[in-house]
Design a protein around this ligand. Structure first.
Ligand code: GDP
Ligand code: MG
Length: 163
């Protein structure tokens, strides 16, 4: 059985872009459980020969982007059960927002290893956000650009020891 890695983060940080980058042309698994899995997508990912199932989530999407509706959070809680690691994605250009901090607090209380991902880090534009992200308490982030593919392979060395 392949390990499972779940992508978590507030809306618009690039979770789905990272999912698509990791899945590439491999077909996403069909999920036939409407309702429970409405906000999840599963795919088969591969980095340098390391294969895993990747889960895209939209658990913190809402009309009010700074709110945390319980039913949506539940979706993510269901998804995180059985996952072997989480990628916590933030937007390094936007910096750390209150919702990033709230999601971080929630994730720290879960029993799962976390790799912090500084997305949109092409060029030097993300540097201030990268330094700011140390306050999230997950150590140094992996800086990458999901859209351009830069740095995505660096996830290997962080995920390989924990999945
Ligand atoms: P999600 O809501 O977290 O799933 O975010 P999306 O994957 O839908 O991306 C939100 C927006 O950020 C889109 O306009 C993407 O094109 C953009 N985006 C995603 N990844 C990157 C990146 O690496 N660099 C830049 N500059 N933009 C990105
Ligand atoms: Mg998305």
């Amino acid at each position: 059985e392949k390990p499972t890695v779940i992508i978590i983060g507030r809306p618009n940080v690039g979770k789905s872009t990272l999912f698509n980058r990791l899945v590439g042309k491999r077909l996403a698994l069909v999920d036939d459980q409407p309702g429970v899995t409405r906000d999840r997508r599963f795919g088969e990912a591969e980095i340098a020969g390391m294969e895993f199932t990747i889960v895209d989530t939209a658990g913190w999407e809402d009309d009010d982007p700074e709110s945390l509706p319980g039913r949506m959070r539940q979706q993510t809680e269901v998804s995180i059960e059985g996952a072997d690691a989480a990628l916590l994605v933030f937007d390094s250009r936007a910096g750390v927002t209150p919702l990033d901090e709230e999601i971080s607090r929630w994730l720290r209380a879960q029993d799962i290893p976390v790799v912090l991902v500084a997305n949109k880090a092409e060029g030097k534009f993300g540097d201030p956000g990268i330094f700011e992200s140390f306050k999230l308490g997950f150590g140094e982030p992996v800086a990458l650009s999901a859209e351009h593919g830069e740095g995505v392979a660096d996830l290997f060395e962080h995920l390989w020891p924990i999945i």
